[in-house]
Design a protein around this ligand. Structure first.
Ligand code: MD3
Ligand code: FE
Length: 208
C-alpha cells in the first residue's frame, strides 16, 4: 500500500458513500472559506423556490460554467446568476480536492454553494438535473455540524445518518450517485468558522 493510497482511504463508508473526516485542517478550511466569500461577493446568495412556489430554507449560489437554480419553471442549471451577472470561477482549493480524489473524472463545471443558517434543512431528494450520472459529485462541509441522511435509489427504503463536520469531504460515485439524501438539521453554533454561525456546503458537479 503506497502512502498516496493510504492518504486517500476514507475514514468511514456509509451506505456505500466514502467519507473523509477532517480532510481539510483548520488552515485549509479558512483558505477555502476566503475563496467562497469571493464567490458570494460576485454572485450573491438567493433562496430558490420549489416549482410549487415555496422558498427553500437553504440559501444558495454557484461558481463555474453553470449554477443550479429553481423557481416555478422548475429545477435546472443556469449559465449565469439569476441577476444576469456571470458565475465566478470555481474556488481553486475546491478544484484541488476534486483532482486529488478523482484524477480520472472530467473537470467539474458547477460548484454549488449551500448556506444553512439557523433552522435551515434540506428534504430527502435525488440529484438528477445533470446529464452524466457516471461522473462523481464531491461534497465539502464548512462550519456548523449537520445531520446528513442517505438512503438508496428509491424514496421509501432504509436510510443511514451521520453528522458531517467542518472539513469533512464525501464522494458520491457509482450506485450512490442516485441515492436519496438530505440534511435533517444543523447543530447551530457548533463551529466558530463562520461568524454568526451556520454551515456552508460545496458540491462539485459535472453538469452536461
Ligand atoms: C448524494 N446538499 O446540494 S451534501 C445538494 O449538505 C445537497 O448541502 C447537501 O444535497 C448539503 O444537492 C448534501 C452530500 C451530497 C451531495 C450530493 C449528492 C450527497 C449526495 C448527490 C447524490 C447523492
Ligand atoms: Fe443533493
Amino acid at each position: 500500500m503506497t502512502e498516496e493510497k493510504r492518504a486517500h482511504r476514507p475514514d468511514l463508508v456509509l451506505a456505500g458513500v466514502p467519507i473523509w473526516k477532517g480532510f481539510l485542517d483548520e488552515a485549509a478550511q479558512r483558505a477555502l472559506l476566503g475563496e467562497v466569500r469571493q464567490v458570494v461577493r460576485a454572485a450573491p446568495m438567493f433562496s430558490p423556490r420549489t416549482p410549487g412556489g415555496k422558498p427553500l430554507s437553504v440559501q444558495m449560489t454557484s461558481a463555474g460554467r453553470y449554477g443550479w437554480y429553481s423557481d416555478r419553471q422548475g429545477y435546472r442549471y443556469l449559465p449565469h446568476h439569476p441577476s444576469g451577472t456571470p458565475w465566478p470561477e470555481i474556488p481553486p482549493e475546491a478544484l484541488d480536492i476534486w483532482r486529488t480524489l478523482f484524477p480520472a473524472a472530467r473537470a467539474p463545471d458547477c460548484c454549488l454553494v449551500n448556506l444553512y443558517r439557523d433552522g435551515a434543512r434540506m428534504g430527502l431528494h435525488q440529484d438528477r438535473d445533470e446529464a452524466d450520472f457516471s461522473q462523481p459529485v464531491l461534497s465539502i462541509s464548512l462550519g456548523d455540524a449537520a445531520l446528513f441522511r442517505i438512503g438508496g435509489p428509491e424514496r421509501r427504503g432504509p436510510t443511514r445518518s451521520v453528522w458531517l463536520e467542518s472539513g469533512d469531504v464525501l464522494a458520491l460515485t457509482g450506485p450512490s450517485r442516485l441515492a436519496f439524501h438530505g440534511i435533517d438539521r444543523i447543530r447551530f453554533g457548533s463551529s466558530r468558522l463562520l461568524a454568526g454561525g451556520g454551515r456552508l456546503n460545496l458540491t462539485l458537479r459535472v453538469v452536461d
